[in-house]
Every structure is written in C-alpha cells, then in structure tokens.
Design a binder for this molecule. Structure first.
Ligand code: DGI
Ligand code: FE
Ligand code: FE
Length: 236
C-alpha cells in the first residue's frame, strides 16, 4: 500500500517545483524586468507571496495546501467584490491555516512557549488552537506584520461579534472555497456571500452550531456570541 505521508511529501515537493518552474519559465519569457509584480501591497507592508507559498509547502500537507490556495483566491475575490483590500485578503487567506498541520500537543506547547493564552474551551478542543497560533506565526514566522490580517486569522474558526469586513471575508472564504465538500446548503451560502457578508456569516455560524450539536461537541463561547450577534441580521 502506498505510504500516504511520503505521497504528500512528494506532492508538496512537486508543487514547490512547479512554482520554481513557473518562475523559471516566466523569467525565460518575460525576462526579469518586472520583479515588482511579485509583490503585494497590503497597506502595512510589501509582501512577496512566493516566499509565503514556499514556506507553506514545508508547513502544510497536500490537502491543506490546496485548501489554502482555494481560501486565498476566494478571499481575494470577495474583497474585490466588496471593495476591500484585495492583497490583504489574499495574504490572510494564504496564512489562515499556517499552524494547522502542527500536532495538537505541539500547538499547546508552542502557545505556552510564546505566552499565547488559551482558554479552557480551547484546551478541551485543541483543533481551535491553530487560529491563535497561526495569527502569531503570521508575523513571527512569515514576517507579515499586519494586525488586521492577524485578527482575521485569529477569528477564522469561531468567528466573533462585530467582525470587520476582512474578518468576515476570511471566515467565509474558509467555508465556501471551491475544495470544501460535504456541507449542507453550501450552494446557498456561496450565493449569500455575494449578497450580504453578514447574512452569510450568520448562516455559516448556524451550520457550524448544528454540526457541533449533532456530534455532541462543545461550542466555543465566541461561536455562540457571534451567532447571537449575527442572527439579528434578518433578511425576512
Ligand atoms: O481549519 P479548517 O478545517 O479549514 O476550518 P476551521 O478553522 O473553521 O475549523 C473547522 C473545525 O472547527 C470544524 O470541524 C468545526 C470546528 N469548530 C468551529 N467552531 C467550533 C468548532 N469546534 C468546536 N468544538 N467548537 C466551536 O465553537
Ligand atoms: Fe482553520
Ligand atoms: Fe481553513
């Protein structure tokens, strides 16, 4: 039987090679005349996405990498549609799950090491921790020093009350990106995202709460508070 870990390693190696190959071909064809086209301007800094993508190839497995690219482009698209900073949304999408592939035990140890405070619900449900740790890594490991991006990453799993448009965009892009599967009423939420960010956030939170209840899983207070807040947005 195929060794899945090795398979993923090779897949992500291939992706990295593809990026180099793309870079090499574009240099052959276009020369090196427009290196500034590699940069994204987020308002707080100039960011080279290639450097982020190369690091992500090391930090993520194949499935997570693919999801990440889907979230980045979906977020950029929503930002275009709503007149938000497209580069910020793209970079936040790229980084939102950067800590996801670290084992839960190590995530907890890293949070202790870097004084990232975890609440009891996060300790009991460690799949929530990658949001806080990812926000920290965005600046510490990926050199993206932008508090709005960090906040969007921090809130992407549970949501929060009164989110900024960038935060809602990342929260939704994570849910509706093209690779997401097996979610009830995904088509409606995808459509809703381009009708109203608030309505789409409300519907996504309700889906998540229903999903967690069905599985007897603990609902984080941020998720509950966010739903209480967004449910007052009514379209009927
Ligand atoms: O990291 P991703 O898988 O791309 O997505 P995510 O960061 O939104 O994490 C999704 C998981 O988090 C999904 O299985 C539902 C779960 N989740 C979201 N809100 C809560 C939650 N889990 C618990 N226990 N409590 C929550 O409030
Ligand atoms: Fe996540
Ligand atoms: Fe995600």
């Amino acid at each position: 039987m195929a060794d899945l870990n090795n398979l993923f390693k090779n897949e992500s190696l291939n992706m990295q090679n593809n990026i180099y190959e793309f870079e090499r071909i574009s240099e052959d064809v276009f020369g090196n005349e427009s290196p500034e086209s590699d940069y994204f301007f987020t308002g707080t800094g100039m960011i080279k996405d290639r450097e982020i993508i190369e690091k992500l190839c090391d930090d993520l497995d194949y499935k997570r990498f693919k999801h990440t690219i889907g979230v980045a482009y979906t977020a950029a698209n929503l930002a275009m549609y709503y007149g938000e900073n497209v580069s910020k949304a793209y970079v936040a999408g790229l980084l939102h799950d950067c800590a996801k592939c670290i084992s839960h035990r190590e995530q907890i140890a890293l949070c202790e090491k870097y004084n990232i405070l975890l609440d009891e619900q996060e300790i009991r449900n460690p799949h929530l921790i990658h949001a806080k740790l990812g926000a920290f890594y965005a600046s510490e490991k990926y050199n993206v020093n932008d508090e709005e991006i960090a906040e969007a990453i921090r809130k992407h799993t549970t949501g929060s009350v009164n989110m900024t448009r960038l935060e809602m965009i990342i929260f939704l892009a994570d849910y509706i990106e093209p690779g997401r599967k097996f979610i009830d009423n995904l088509d409606e939420i995808r459509k809703q995202a381009y009708n109203s960010l608030e309505y789409a956030v409300r519907d996504t939170l309700l889906n998540t709460i229903d999903y967690l209840k069905l599985r007897n899983m603990e609902i984080h207070k941020n998720t509950l508070n966010a739903y209480e807040y967004y449910k007052s947005y009514t379209d009927d």
